[in-house]
Design a protein around this ligand. Sequence first.
Ligand SMILES: [Zn+2]
Length: 216
Amino acid sequence: MARRGRGRRAPRTATPRPEIPTRTCLGCRGRFPRDELVRWVVGPGGQLFVDRNLKLPGRGAHLCHDAACLEKAIRRKAFGRAFRQPVGAIDGEALRGRILEAVEARVVDLLGIARRAGWSVFGADVLDRALQAGQVRLVVTATDAAAHSLKRLMGRSETERIPVAEGFLDREALGRTQGREALVAVGITHGPVAEKLQSELQRRNRVLVAAAAQSL
Ligand SMILES: [Zn+2]
């Protein structure tokens, strides 16, 4: 994901997060706000699932999004201890895949929410005007957008210091989130949704980067 410029995000301290409980990561043992961690639950057959909306009942186990923390937890057999019951055969790569799926599903959800709430803009001219007017907080681009079709957008985002994130969706998938056939880019105008999207996309990179490092 490329970030252009510094964006206009308020500093982190401007968004207080009162009373978000913390949980301990099974891998690195660090404590983090609950919603920054992956919550795992165990099914009746001992299989592990990601509770992507943090709503499933029962005991949960928490982990950072980093593949390194997942590997540590597997090595230490921490899942079985956390759930106080045996868990099925654990395949690190399959579990990483489930983290990715959960993160990607949240990104798609957020883009859809932005659309339904009227917090998204798209179409070259509309997006360009919104950028100039200082309404856009984040631009998400399609993976298969041609460089020439992004040229003006990239230039404008840079001038206006708006972050640009290359998502993982191609033009068709990005378009679907907005009820369109295909889109090269979507601008998000709502600050909190833009921040959430950025952090989900960064989490996705953390899962991928750590996974790539391990396969070397
Ligand atoms: Zn961790």
